[in-house]
Design a protein around this ligand. Sequence first.
Ligand SMILES: [Zn+2]
Length: 178
Amino acid sequence: MDPRHLDVVSFARDAIGLKGEGNLADWPRLAEEQFGSALSPGLLLWQMQGRMVPQPGGTDEIWLDLKASVRLPMQCQRCLTPVLEVVAAERSFRFVADEATAAALDDEAEDDILAISRDFDALALIEDELILSLPLVPLHEICPETVPMSAVDPGFDAASERPNPFGILAGLKTGLPK
Ligand SMILES: [Zn+2]
């Protein structure tokens, strides 16, 4: 079975599991998020599992479980040098008859709903999920070298000169009658 052209129904019915790894370059939208070339990205590892969930008195539900991760060089927002962030995603999707049903259910159900396809690009879905899982503010746990904060954040100096609101509150409190 080709994960780029998955027959979703037989994938789930036969409870097929697939896994693989690839170079970040094979996922161009995700690769755009790479910062610089000083650090190399790791291999993108993925796995997926199809399953049917029997429904009493109804049609069995079709599910696909996804898991993927990659180490991606991004720009640390503190020191502005590259940081290798682990981007990981894990999510399950339920497949329904068609787009209209998926759209209707997606509003009310908590599950992630997609429309059944005989030619489903599961690797594109993995790419979507990893993009959604990117850290909003990439940061080193400990930055490689000390940089003056003012060089990173021009607002920092101004912010530190502003009176601390809690300090003012404390001042007011002491002035209050007991
Ligand atoms: Zn840093």
